[in-house]
Design a protein around this ligand. Structure first.
Ligand code: IPE
Ligand code: IPE
Ligand code: MG
Length: 247
């Protein structure tokens, strides 16, 4: 168990796992080696999150824009996800981890969709932690699909336009039932969201770490938790310190 001693631990941590390619390039290796090494960092992250008491861990594995990469790299990434689920599903299940997949799944290939569904189905009753895998995920696509559902529900008479509120939208997103991320970590030094959880990140704390994803480990995770614990979340109100003085 971690000896972290922090005043607050985020309930939901989401990670933009970035920098596999640059990690490899720095070593004169093909990008695919960086992606391979990145899977080990995924295992580290899942373990560290579970041990520190994080209840939801979301990992950005493949974006709806990543299809624009070369065919061979896409094959590498899909192959890694398939192997990760085949090899690690039993372990994750044993650890009482529930898996949820977010992202567009209608048009997914037959060599990937059944595996994702199996992972969700097998682990449906697990309660220790939820591992959310964002695959073929893009926030604009997710919001667009949610808006389509709203429109269909209005058309079918299930919902009145005046009843559309943020709950009506949130419950039609892929993340329905998952609390918003408290902390979003991005590795590799890039400081952008790249179409990740745009709706859900409204009040997330953002932490950008310089390390490339394959170098991410428990220490990096704890570093992000320490930065998070020192932040003052106000949600548009006043900080608790101010309230204590004023009130
Ligand atoms: C993250 O590493 C993996 C995915 C986006 C799937 P990158 O492949 O983006 O690595 P860089 O950003 O080119 O270094
Ligand atoms: C974001 O990383 C997507 C994932 C981590 C899966 P990218 O490497 O695709 O993002 P950009 O292109 O640098 O914005
Ligand atoms: Mg990248």
């Amino acid at each position: 168990m971690a000896n972290l001693d922090l005043p607050v631990i985020p309930q939901h941590v989401a990670i933009i796992m970035d920098g596999n390619g640059r990690w490899a390039k720095q070593r004169g290796l093909p990008r695919t080696i960086g992606h391979n090494k990145g899977v080990e960092a995924v295992r580290e992250a899942v373990k560290a999150a579970g041990e520190t008491g994080v209840k939801f861990l979301t990992l950005f594995a493949f974006s709806s824009e990543n299809w624009s990469r070369p065919e061979s790299e896409i094959e590498d990434l899909l192959g890694l996800l398939r192997r990760f689920i085949r090899r690690d599903l039993a372990d994750l299940h044993r650890e009482n981890i529930r898996i949820r997949i977010i992202g567009e799944r209608e048009k997914l290939r037959s060599d990937i969709l059944p595996l994702l569904l199996e992972a969700e189905e097998t682990t449906r009753g697990n309660t220790a932690m939820t591992l959310v895998i964002a695959f073929n995920y893009g926030a604009r696509d997710e919001i667009t699909r949610a808006v389509g559902r709203l429109a269909r529900d209005v058309q079918a008479g299930l919902l009145k336009p005046e009843d559309i509120n943020s709950d009506a939208i949130g419950s039609r997103l892929d993340t329905a039932g998952i609390p918003d991320p408290d902390l979003i970590i991005r590795t590799s030094g890039e400081e952008r969201l790249s179409n990740f959880l745009l709706w859900q990140a409204a009040y997330s704390e953002l932490v950008f770490l310089p390390c490339y994803w394959p170098d991410f480990d428990r220490q990096q995770f704890e570093e992000a938790l320490r930065i998070y614990a020192a932040r003052d979340r106000r949600f548009g109100g006043l900080s608790s310190a101010t309230t204590a003085v004023v009130g």
